[in-house]
Write a protein that binds this ligand. Structure first.
Ligand SMILES: Cc1cc2nc3c(=O)[nH]c(=O)nc-3n(C[C@H](O)[C@H](O)[C@H](O)COP(=O)(O)OP(=O)(O)OC[C@H]3O[C@@H](n4cnc5c(N)ncnc54)[C@H](O)[C@@H]3O)c2cc1C
Length: 389
């Protein structure tokens, strides 16, 4: 569309950081899932990150030649600057985004830009004033051409076959039914949303990792961590054989690993099912460091490890769930190889964020080498994180 580049010196520090995050949504490898963290780092609240993801994904689909540069580029394209004009206008509460005509203004993207700009303003991020560089150009009608972004597959019905205690605070739930046969977790750490039957118009679902499939492939096993409050935590404590649930399709999963690199896995008990499925999938000679935080030694589980896997259990004891200090301390006192590695992190959202920042700062793992997701967040029901895939 624009094919015109400028040095990014003319962008403010905040704009450069915002652009890096927005570009990350449209980039390859690990970048899209890092985008949420980059936005959070400039103060965008997690629930707003989905708006920006929709904006960039929509733009990429509706206008494939939209000039979105690489996240670390020292240049900025005219398309990107126009996008910043539009966003900046809304952050400064200017109706119509800008006095100048803007390529986004008349089209359906206006609605999304307005929402994204308002989200920035709500989060206290005000972009600088600049004028539009090119007059309106054609971005096809977003709503018509690419809605819906993700087609909702129908839910599948399954029944509880058994519930067992794996430890005082973890229950294994086995679901069965004809509908679960096609459920194949092709990658470790894949997950589904489990919905409980409800009288409410909209069923509430929670994400759980597929731990295994049962020998005949007609069972799905999940491991649910108990905690105070929470519909799913309560349900699993009373669930009995024959109870009905509904399942979404399979999502997410571990990105392909480079077998020549070492791997770090870290998380709390909600991440443990995924960590176990990742460990089962590793080549025997892969060097891996595993850090798991649980309530107390009684919550330890047997992990499927080879000789090259080093496991450290961290106990929460008096610390509240979600405090990062325990895992950070264990990671700091572990001598990792100097060669490059990758990492997979999951658990309470702010804990994951702190671990990720520490790894980026101190362990020479690049942003694209860390797969990190907030699996739950203190005080938030059904926390959603862009990075879970
Ligand atoms: C991709 C993905 C995979 C996941 N896999 C698993 C899994 O295999 N096993 C598993 O146990 N969890 C897993 N989780 C986390 C699980 O979805 C959440 O913990 C979920 O919020 C639990 O639902 P709930 O109805 O019990 O609590 P909610 O109704 O969602 O939350 C109620 C309250 O409980 C708090 N809360 C939620 N979870 C916890 C917790 N673990 N400890 C302490 N407080 C909590 C919330 O902050 C909130 O205040 C996964 C999450 C994601 C995104």
């Amino acid at each position: 569309m624009s094919r015109v580049m400028y040095l990014n010196h003319q962008c403010s520090v905040m704009e450069k950081r915002l652009l890096k995050a927005l570009r990350a949504f449209g980039w390859l490898d690990a970048w899209p899932s890092q985008a949420g963290f980059l936005l959070e780092e400039i103060g965008v609240s997690p629930e707003h990150t989905f708006l920006f993801a929709r904006l960039i994904k929509g733009l990429m689909m509706a206008a494939p030649d939209f000039e979105l540069l690489g996240p670390d580029s020292q240049f900025v394209s005219r398309d990107e600057l126009n996008m910043m004009v539009a966003l900046g206008g809304v952050t400064r509460n200017k109706p119509g985004f800008s006095d100048d005509p803007n390529p986004f203004q008349p089209v359906a993207f206006g609605g999304l830009l307005e929402a994204c700009g308002s989200a920035l303003r709500e989060d206290g991020i005000i972009l600088k004033t600049r004028s539009t560089l090119i007059p309106a150009s054609n971005i096809p009608d977003y709503e018509e051409s690419i809605q819906p972004l993700r087609k909702q597959a129908p839910l599948v019905t399954a029944r509880v076959k058994a519930v067992e205690s794996l430890s005082p605070l973890v229950r294994k739930v086995v679901l069965s039914g004809r509908g679960v046969k096609p459920y194949k977790a092709l990658q470790p750490a894949q997950w589904v949303k489990i919905f409980l039957p409800t009288e409410k118009p909209r069923a509430e679902g929670r994400a759980f990792t597929i731990q295994s499939h049962g020998s005949m492939g007609d069972e799905l096993c999940f491991e649910v961590a108990l905690h105070p409050g929470g519909v799913m935590s309560q349900w699993v404590q009373q669930a009995k054989a024959g109870d009905e649930v509904h399942l979404s399709s399979v999502r997410g999963g571990l990105w392909p690993l480079d077998p020549s690199k070492w791997l770090l896995l870290a998380g709390d008990e909600t991440a443990l099912p995924a960590i176990k499925s990742i460990l089962k999938s590793l080549p025997d000679d892969m060097l891996a460091y595993v850090f798991v935080e649980v309530e107390n030694p009684g919550e330890r589980q047997v992990l499927p490890i080879s000789e090259r896997v080093l496991v450290q259990w961290v106990y929460r004891s008096a610390e509240p769930s979600g405090a990062p200090e325990g895992l950070l301390g264990a990671m700091s006192s572990t001598p990792f190889p100097h060669t490059s590695g990758h990492a997979w992190l999951a658990g309470e959202a702010s804990m994951v964020r702190a671990l990720r920042q520490r790894l980026l700062r101190e362990r020479s793992i690049g942003v694209g080498g860390i797969q990190a997701a907030g699996y739950w967040k203190i005080g938030e029901v059904d926390h959603r994180d862009l990075a879970v895939g």
